[in-house]
Design a protein around this ligand. Structure first.
Ligand code: NAP
Length: 258
């Protein structure tokens, strides 16, 4: 059987880059997509992945991803990972521009990627009997928190989009998987959220006994698509042990009670 190929968006850092590395380690072909060309070039040199500079909010870029995937020989898996948070402010005070940007990337970008890639994935499904759409949402898409309203709204919407898609694709051999991580210490997520303020970004993880890292989420993504084709990890919530719930994050070393 020929090698399978995954298209991974948001591949220039964090969870996306870790997912590309793990797929390559497991022998997959990968088309890695993001906006920062120099990051992609470094990832290509390191892993041998194919790369394409594309903004998931721009329709012509998204179509170019699907065209490239087809030109490379097709794709079996789409990982919608591009996304993130901008700002931390109340519903009353938050920047509308931030909200629009979060909706564009997390929701519209994901919708556009799915629409463009479905014909490519269906070709793979006809040939091999299956294909996968994996979307990285967030626990912020399931439980709201103060000053997270814009990100919550975007990720709730992305969660709803995935749920509707699963119903719409019922009857086709295409798994629709949602990976909803809790606190993941990646190099840029919090930094982007806080406009480059390293101190605020570091404070998010302060005292937490082993937040998740990008490799942990990548392992869940690759595991999901390597399971037998009839097994669908419908919704995977993945948190560090120190985070019992959105509002229950322990900021001290974990230890058994006496
Ligand atoms: N870290 C966490 O705690 C956490 C928790 C739950 C869920 N998540 C979700 O996991 C995903 C990855 O997050 P991360 O922690 O790995 O953050 P990250 O390092 O900031 O990664 C975000 C990636 O998305 C890309 N991206 C952003 N806008 C894009 C666009 N318009 N078009 C194409 N690519 C775009 C960025 O690259 P370019 O700037 O080069 O385009 C980057 O590669 C996001 O959807 C995030 O919401 C993260």
């Amino acid at each position: 059987m020929s090698t399978r190929r995954a298209v991974v968006t948001g591949a220039s850092s964090g969870i996306g880059a870790a997912t590309v590395r793990l797929f390559r380690d497991h022998g997959w072909e990968v088309l890695a997509v993001a906006r920062r060309q120099e990051r992609l070039a470094a990832l290509a040199a390191e892993t041998g992945a194919d790369v394409l500079r594309a903004d998931v909010t721009v329709p012509s870029d998204v179509q170019a991803v699907a065209d490239r995937a087809r030109a490379l020989g097709g794709a079996d898996v789409l990982v919608n990972n591009a996304g993130g948070a901008l700002g931390s402010a109340s519903v009353e005070d938050a920047s509308v521009d931030d909200w629009r940007a979060m909706f564009e990337t997390n929701v519209i970008g994901t919708k556009q990627m799915i629409a463009a890639m479905l014909p490519v994935l269906r070709t793979a499904a006809r040939g091999r009997g299956g294909a996968d759409i994996v979307t990285v949402t967030s626990t912020a898409g399931h439980v709201a928190y103060e000053n997270g309203g814009g990100y919550n709204a975007a990720k709730f919407a992305e969660h709803a989009l995935v749920a509707a898609l699963r119903l719409e694709l019922a009857g086709e051999p295409i798994r629709v998987v949602e990976i909803a991580p809790g606190l993941v210490r990646t190099g840029e997520f919090a930094l982007v959220r806080f406009g480059g303020d390293q101190e605020k970004a570091d404070a998010v993880y302060e005292g937490v006994d082993e937040p998740l890292v990008a490799d942990d989420v990548a392992a869940a993504i690759v595991h999901a698509v390597e399971l037998p084709a009839h097994v669908n990890l419908d919704l995977v919530t993945i948190r560090p042990v120190a985070q019992a719930a959105q509002h229950k994050l322990v900021r001290r070393p974990l230890q058994p009670r006496d």
